[in-house]
Design a protein. Structure first.
Length: 196
């Protein structure tokens, strides 16, 4: 990698890190060109060169953290030997991610992320296909073997993630949920809904 390419990668990383920090401190309305360039020390021209706009930067930031979350959940699933332990591991991995990366989790569970997901759902799914396909294949394998209820994969995904996302949002916004307790209770409750 040339020094110019290395500087470009460093600039992109600095802008992404700064965007998350600015979002965490000031919310969506605080993520402005001025705030980003002042906090990062990166020029406005560089921001536009690498991302095209503030929305482009925020979309890239969302994709970065969605990818990391999916990697954590996917790793937890693939290390499991049964459908039940896999569901449990996925739930615990998701909640651990939220607890370890609250600023990123707040962004991922924000109205901004919801708007983007609703507007660009198919495109987002396509960009994450390499991460999502193994997860879907894992679920389908256990449905085919009879260890999971014979339901469509999207419905199973919703049954697993729905309660977890609800707990994550509550913890991030109100803070009256114990993530540790949720990690102990939810896997079994979710598993009961998915037993064949």
């Amino acid at each position: 990698m040339s020094s110019k390419q290395r500087r470009g990668v460093e600039t992109v990383e600095r802008l992404l890190d700064t965007a998350l920090a600015v979002y965490a401190e000031a919310g969506e309305a605080g993520v402005t060109v001025q705030a980003l360039t002042t906090s990062s020390g990166v020029s406005q021209g560089s921001l536009y060169h690498h991302f095209g706009s503030v929305d482009g930067l925020m979309n890239a930031l969302l994709l970065r953290w969605i990818g990391r979350l999916l990697d954590d959940v996917g790793t937890a699933l693939t290390r499991s030997r049964t459908a039940r332990t896999g569901i449990s591991a996925a739930v615990r991995a998701y909640l651990a991610f939220v607890g370890e990366h609250p600023d990123a989790a707040r962004l991922l569970h924000s109205s901004y992320a919801d708007r983007l997901t609703m507007a660009q759902a198919r495109q987002l799914r396509d960009t994450q296909e390499a991460r999502l396909s193994p997860l879907a294949a894992w679920l389908e394998r256990y449905v085919a073997s009879g260890e999971l209820a014979r339901l469509p994969t999207p419905l199973i995904e919703s049954m697993v993630l729905g309660p977890v996302v609800g707990v994550a949002r509550r913890w991030l916004s109100v803070g009256d949920v114990d993530l540790g307790q949720a990690a102990r209770v939810l896997p079994d409750r979710i598993w009961r809904s998915l037993e064949p």
